[in-house]
Each structure stands twice: as structure tokens, then as C-alpha cells.
Design a protein around this ligand. Structure first.
Ligand SMILES: *Cc1c(COP(=O)(O)O)cnc(C)c1O
Length: 793
């Protein structure tokens, strides 16, 4: 931007919008009114670069990136936009002039929670980095009326309530009535003059709702286009006039179910037909929009791969392969091989998990019923692939009456990528070993990243101020510049400033935990944080068992030299994931007992604030000393929470899993607390009969902890019997095998924390060496290796 508006100009604009957009006088305005007036003021300043970016991309005929994702876990938008526009100081001035409390206004904004966890947050970080790198891009997703459920605890147990962010006006979106597409389902396929014609039995309208995503320094904005489902015929006036008022509104209600709720699970399947419809709805709307835009600028669809790069975020939009072939064949008259090659030149697929229960499969029966023409095309793709690869024996896409979406996505993709070095190696050697042999070079790695604008500059102003002072402000747009901190890592003055910034964040969080939960968190204790979805493989159970064992040891020796610790948990369990919910219950039960123990309470506290989301992550991560990244090796594809902690100066206790491996390589093994089995040992360990029982019996700490749960030391034990039984007898994620090593690593953490000079130096080096984990670096990798286009100026 050329000229930044002053505080006075912003004040005038806010007052203008309060009066003319909100229709309120100052004396009647609520926080909500002010927040909208501020948001519209900021939005006005985004629109100009946004229009310029859209126009520039069209006029220069630039290749565009299209990121298709069922999830975008955006969080709040206002503060991020203020910071990217460089208006933080003048906005502070404007709000001071108006006598308004900035924090109150920012906190009034609901999180846009259109995602479950890491996968959706990655999509949001990518959108921000694409704009910051001036790459012409669209994100395509679904405008869920209800995002991820809200979590409360009742008697320690998770209770879900619907999320309703769209119950109030959403100031960031622009509805585009002119970009509406009909999306069909079901029906039958007819052959007319050698061409297939699909007659859908149902259809809905996909309507575009656009949100601009402004990049760092406000030079460029891309569009996040979310599709809302609407009925083709709004309302049955006939039935209404006949007195059947409810039935008259049925078409509307039916259509809207498609964009009503975010699928609340990133692991298992349910609500199958609706989920498949949602996936097709997103994909079909996006592809119609992409082809419309392409044909408005070019005439020959054979040039599609030169102008369009489509990324499929996991297999959820993998129906894009058959859908694009269908459009090219049935609507544009191409033959199958031509359509196939164009689709493969355009589409790419990111694999996010190796967990078998998360690899999507649809029964051929359901696929054939909901998408009959696509089922035919999937068969054609499968047969053709066998023929082309001369592998009639190949298991293929359709197998045992199921369509395997991973294989479909792979076969139709120009490039397939994993999300960390270890994960990509495992993708090559396990799920896609066969396809990798048939298509060497197709699989590439792009280690995930996070945007330093939201996850450092915005969420950690205290640390950012120190960085700006010591190495200048350039790091925000070029995170490798954090290296400039390294020569100062021995400087006591710098370490003291970093420590003061961390302590300020801890004091702030501590006040919040006391007010919100009544938990006393001493800011001088280790703030030990595990925040992420609750899942067995992420092993929150290991963490809470360590807490119990530690509690017991402190009890046995209350005058010992214990290092005070506050264990902080955050995370939601999928509503149908019973074991994960049991772990939540256990953490809360253990906290209730331990926190009030007069003997240990100065040494150990446990806090579990409910409803973990992006905004909570922004508060917790800058205040963390220790980052828990303790998944069973080989199970966490990458993790991105781990990266946020590292750049905020928390040290990691972790396994060699996902991007932990690369974090440790970058920060140095001496600045990372490693424990646990490696991925290549995990399967062996699990195959040993009685592995868990043997490990428990060999560990005094672990067997005592498990017995204390069984004996009812933390409330009624009955709810935990099944969990305990599984831990003793099955323990597929090797909590028992890794326990002693984890417990010992935690004592190394204690020892390091006792030596502040050592700890501070380690933290400083973690920050200084975290530049690699910027999503700007990830996006440059995609541009170079997958999308084949250049970043902008
Ligand atoms: C970053 C983030 C995640 C991903 O965390 P992992 O530890 O990588 O699983 C999940 N939820 C929210 C709200 C996040 O900000």
C-alpha cells in the first residue's frame, strides 16, 4: 500500500460505518456495532488491493492456483487483517480516540471454525501465504452454517453444542448471486449418439460467498470462495396456498442440509451419503467455476494445465478426477485419453494420513446411486490405468466393491505429496508402495508450515517486539531472518528480554486460567502444553499418566527438589469417538483431585480449558515453555502445532514423528527432548504378544499410576475400566512401551528448567532456527515442484 491511513482517518471511517452501515448512533452502539464498524473500515482497505490482484492476474494471463479443501480453519479475521495491512498502530490510535477497548472488540468476533484441526488450519495458513507471495489463487470450500461443535465439560465429560457463527452478520463476505451453479445428484445416464448424458434425479444450487484474504503488507489479496447450498426452487407456493406451510419450505430445508454442518470427525466415517454429497458439491461447484473462468480468458481447453493448477487437500475432493473428465467428455466432446491427460496435468493430491480408518472408501453401490456417471468414469479410469501400466493384476481403484479414494486421487494426479519428510517416505513405502513403483517420481515431499504473521507477529506481540528490536522487522515476511538471533544466543541481555516476554505471556494466561477455571498457575512454573485433537495416536493418555506418576512421587517426597509444573491440555474429541472422550474425562477427574491436594498443589497443577480453537491456540502457545508432541512414531503425518510452539520459543518433548524429526534437525538435538520408539520399531514392538503387560510390570511408576485409576483415586473407576483394559492388553499406540522413556525425558526437562541460563539459550535457538517452518517456504516448494509457477513480485 502506498499511503497508510492515520489514526484520525480510521476514526472517521469507523464513525462513518457506525452511522451509515450499522445505522447506530454512538450513544447506542454496542461492542458488536463497533466491531462491525471497525471491520468494514478494514474491509474497505482490503478491497482495493483485492480488485487490483484479480484484475492483474486476468490481464497478465497468469497461471492460477486453486486449493480445494473441505476445511478452512480460519479463526478470527479482523486482527490478522489489521496487522497484514500494517495498521496496528494507527488502529490503536483510532480506538483510543474513540475511547474503545481494542481487546473487547477483537474478542467479540466469533472464530470461523470451518475445520476440525491441522488439515483445515493448514489450508488457512496456505491461503495467507499465497496472498503474501502475490500468487493468484482461489481457495474453494463449503460455507458451513455450523462449524466445528462447541465443547463444554459437564462432570468432567465432553458435551457438544452446535456452533452458530452465522447467526450474526458476517462482515467479511460478499455473496455473488451471479456465480451460482446447479449441482446434480442421483438419476440415470443415457447414451445419446455415442455420448453419455446424465439426467440427475436431484439438484441444488451452489452459490458463491467470497472472503478476501489479505497478504502480508497488504499488496495482494486472494479469494476464499465458499459455496452455500440453496434450492433450485425456493418455495412451493402451491402447497403453501393449500395450507401445507411446513411442506412448502421442504425443498429449501433439504438443499440447505448440504452446507449445514461440518463433518465433525477427521478419523472415521458416518452420515455417508450426506458426506459424499458434500464432497461432490464442493468439487463440482469449484470445477464449473474454474472452467468458466478459464473459458472467459482462453478458448482451448487443452491449455488448461498451462493456466490452472488444482490442489486436492486430502482425498475429500478426489471426485475432481472423474468430474473433470466428465465435463471435458460429456460437455466439451473430448475423447477419454485427451480428457484424462488434461485432468492429470491439472490435478495434484496431498496425502495427510496413513491411518487406515481415515483412508476414504465408498461402496460402489453408494457411489453408483449418488453419482452414476462418475461411477462409470471411475471404472474407465481404473481399466485404463491397468492397461497403460500393463498391470492387470494391480489391486486398482475399485476393489472388493469399494472405490478407494486414495488410489483414485493418486492415479489422477500429476503430483502426489506427503506433508513431512518422514511421512512422505512412509507414503512411498506403505500405502502407495505399488503405485510409487508404477509411477516413480510422482510422489514428492512438501513439509507443512504455518504463517508467522498470525502465529508469531499477531499472537505474540511481546516476543515480536524483541525480535523487531534485535534483528529488524524483516523476519515477518522472510522467516529465515530469525537466524539473525543466533549470534545473540549467548548474550544475557537478550536472553533476559526473551524471558521477560515469555513471562508476560504466562502471567496473562495465568490470569485467564484463574478467572476461567479457578486453576492457580504460577507463572514461574513450567507451562507444559498439549493442545490438539484428542486421539489415541496423539497419546494424551501418556501425558496424564505421567502426571499421575509425578504426583505420586511428589507425595512420597514432599520436601524433594521438585520443579513446579502446570500441565495444560486443550482439544476436542469427535462426538462418536468413545475412547477419546474417556481420556478427556480422565484428565478432568485427575485434575480435580490433584489440583486441590495441599501436599502437592504448589508443584503440580492441571488445567483443561474447554473448547480449544484457533483463538485459544493464539493465547496458549506464546505462553508455553514445553510443547508436547508425543504421538506414536509413524502416526502423525506432520503436525503444525509443533511448529507454532517452536517459533514461539517453547522447547519440544517429542517422538521422532512427522515434522518433529525436521524440527529436531533444525534446532539441534541438544535443544530438543527426545524419547520413544522410532517408526521402524513400532510395528515390531506391537507384534510382540503381551508387550503392554510386560512394559507395565517392568515400570513401577506406570503400574502405580494405572492402579490408582483402577482403585478410584480420581473418582469412580468404572468409566475407565475399558480404557485400562485396553492399555494392559492391547495398547495399539504403545503408551506402556514408551512410558519410562517419556518419564525420564520429563525429568531432563526439569533439570534443564532448573538452569535458567541453559533453558533460555535453548529457547532462543529454537526461535532462531524455526524459519524453515514458515508456510511461505512450503508454498514456494509447491510452486516449484507441483504447480510450476512463479511467485509474484
Ligand atoms: C495448529 C492447530 C491444530 C493442529 O495441531 P496439531 O498439534 O498439529 O495436531 C489444531 N487445531 C488448532 C485450533 C490449531 O490452531
Amino acid at each position: 500500500m502506498t499511503q497508510l491511513p492515520s489514526a484520525e482517518t480510521l476514526r472517521d471511517q469507523i464513525l462513518y460505518h457506525l452511522t451509515h452501515t450499522q445505522g447506530r448512533g454512538e450513544e447506542f452502539a454496542t461492542t458488536f456495532d463497533w466491531r462491525l464498524a471497525v471491520s468494514y473500515t478494514i474491509r474497505d482497505l482490503i478491497v482495493t488491493p483485492w480488485m487490483a490482484a484479480l484484475r492483474g492476474a486476468r490481464d497478465q494471463g497468469r497461471k492460477r492456483v486453486y486449493y480445494l479443501s473441505m476445511e478452512f480453519l480460519i479463526g478470527r479475521i479482523l486482527e490478522d487483517a489489521i496487522i497484514n495491512l500494517g495498521l496496528n498502530d494507527s488502529m490503536d490510535g483510532a480506538l483510543d480516540l474513540l475511547g474503545l477497548n481494542k481487546q473487547q472488540i477483537l474478542d467479540d468476533e466469533p472464530d470461523a471454525a470451518l475445520g476440525n484441526g491441522g488439515l483445515g488450519r493448514l489450508a488457512a495458513c496456505f491461503m495467507e501465504s499465497l496472498s503474501s507471495l502475490s500468487v493468484p489463487a482461489f481457495g474453494y470450500g463449503i460455507r458451513y452454517e455450523h462449524g466445528l461443535f462447541r465443547q463444554r465439560f459437564e462432570a468432567g465429560q465432553q458435551v457438544e453444542t452446535p456452533e452458530d457463527w452465522l447467526n450474526q452478520p458476517h462482515p467479511w463476505e460478499f455473496v455473488r448471486l451471479d456465480y451460482s451453479y446447479a449441482i446434480g445428484f442421483k438419476g440415470h445416464v443415457e447414451q445419446v449418439d455415442g455420448r453419455a448424458v446424465w439426467h440427475p434425479g436431484e439438484s441444488v444450487i451452489a452459490r458463491a460467498y467470497d472472503t478476501p484474504v489479505i497478504g502480508w503488507q497488504g499488496d495482494w489479496a486472494n479469494t476464499l470462495r465458499l459455496w452455500g447450498a440453496h434450492p433450485t426452487t425456493l418455495f412451493d407456493l402451491h402447497r403453501f396456498n393449500a395450507g401445507d406451510h411446513t411442506a412448502a419450505a421442504e425443498p429449501e430445508a433439504l438443499a440447505r442440509t448440504i452446507s449445514r454442518v461440518l463433518y465433525p470427525d477427521d478419523g472415521t466415517e458416518s452420515g455417508k451419503e450426506l458426506r459424499l454429497k458434500q464432497e461432490y458439491f464442493l468439487t463440482a461447484a469449484a470445477l464449473q467455476d474454474i472452467l468458466r473462468r478459464f473459458l472467459s480468458e482462453h478458448d482451448d481447453l487443452r491449455q488448461l494445465p498451462d493456466k490452472v493448477a488444482i490442489q486436492l487437500n486430502d482425498t475429500h475432493p478426489a471426485i475432481a478426477g472423474p468430474e473433470l473428465i466428465r465435463l471435458l467428455m460429456d460437455d466439451h466432446g473430448m475423447d477419454f485419453p485427451t480428457a484424462r491427460d488434461i485432468a492429470r496435468g491439472t490435478l495434484n493430491y496431498t496425502n495427510h494420513t496413513l491411518l487406515p480408518e481415515a483412508l476414504e472408501r465408498w461402496s460402489t453401490w453408494l457411489m453408483g446411486r449418488v453419482l452414476p456417471r462418475h461411477m462409470q468414469i471411475i471404472q474407465m479410469i481404473d481399466d485404463d490405468h491397468r492397461l497403460q501400466t500393463r498391470r492387470p493384476d494391480h489391486l486398482g481403484i475399485v476393489h472388493h466393491d469399494e472405490v478407494r479414494m486414495g488410489e483414485l486421487a493418486f492415479v489422477m494426479a500429476g503430483r502426489v505429496n506427503g506433508v513431512s519428510a518422514l511421512h512422505t517416505d512412509l507414503v512411498k513405502s506403505t500405502v502407495f508402495a505399488d503405485l510409487n513403483r508404477l509411477h516413480p517420481g510422482r510422489i514428492v515431499n512438501q513439509t507443512n508450515g504455518v504463517t508467522p504473521r498470525r502465529w508469531l507477529r499477531m499472537s505474540n506481540p511481546a516476543l515480536s517486539a524483541v525480535l523487531d528490536d534485535v534483528i529488524g522487522t524483516g523476519w515477518t515476511g522472510d522467516l529465515d531472518q530469525l537466524r539473525g538471533l543466533e549470534p545473540h544466543a549467548e548474550d544475557p541481555a537478550l536472553l533476559a528480554r526473551l524471558r521477560a516476554a515469555k513471562r508476560a505471556n504466562k502471567v496473562w494466561l495465568s490470569d485467564g486460567l484463574l478467572a476461567g477455571l479457578g486453576v492457580r498457575a504460577d507463572p514461574d512454573a513450567i507451562f507444559d502444553v498439549q493442545v490438539k485433537r484428542i486421539h489415541e495416536y496423539k497419546r494424551q493418555l501418556l501425558n496424564i499418566l505421567e502426571a499421575i506418576a509425578l504426583w505420586r512421587r511428589i507425595h512420597d517426597d514432599p520436601n524433594g527438589d521438585w520443579v513446579p509444573r502446570v500441565k495444560i491440555f486443550g482439544g476436542k474429541a469427535a462426538p462418536g469417538y468413545w475412547l477419546a472422550k474417556t481420556v478427556i474425562h480422565l484428565i478432568n477427574d485427575v485434575a480435580a483431585t490433584i489440583n486441590t491436594d495441599p501436599v502437592t498443589r504448589d508443584f503440580l497443577q492441571i488445567a483443561y480449558p474447554p473448547n480449544y480453537n484457533v483463538s485459544m491456540a493464539e493465547d496458549l502457545i506464546p505462553a508455553a515453555d514445553l510443547s508436547e508432541q508425543i504421538s506414536t512414531a509413524g502416526k502423525e503425518a506432520s503436525g503444525t502445532g509443533n511448529m507454532k510452539f517452536t517459533m514461539n520459543g517453547a522447547l519440544t518433548i517429542g517422538t521422532l514423528d512427522g515434522a518433529n524429526v525436521e524440527i529436531r534437525d533444525h534446532v539441534g538435538p541438544e535443544n530438543f527432548f527426545l524419547f520413544g520408539l522410532t517408526a521402524d520399531k513400532v510395528d515390531q514392538a506391537r507384534a510382540r504378544p503381551g508387550h503392554a503387560r510386560a512394559a507395565i510390570e517392568a515400570s513401577d511408576d506406570l503400574s502405580a499410576a494405572l492402579h490408582m485409576i483402577a482403585e478410584g483415586r480420581f473418582g469412580r473407576p468404572e468409566p475407565y475400566f475399558a480404557l485400562l483394559d485396553r492399555t494392559w492388553n492391547d495398547d495399539p499406540f504403545l503408551v506402556a512401551s514408551d512410558f519410562d522413556d517419556y518419564f525420564a525425558a520429563q525429568r531432563q526437562v526439569d533439570a534443564a528448567y532448573r538452569d535458567p541460563a541453559r533453558w533460555d539459550r535453548m529457547a532462543a535457538l529454537n526461535i532462531a532456527r524455526s524459519g524453515f517452518f514458515s508456510s511461505d517456504r512450503t508454498i514456494r516448494g509447491y510452486l516449484r515442484d507441483i504447480w510450476k509457477l512463479e511467485p509474484g513480485a
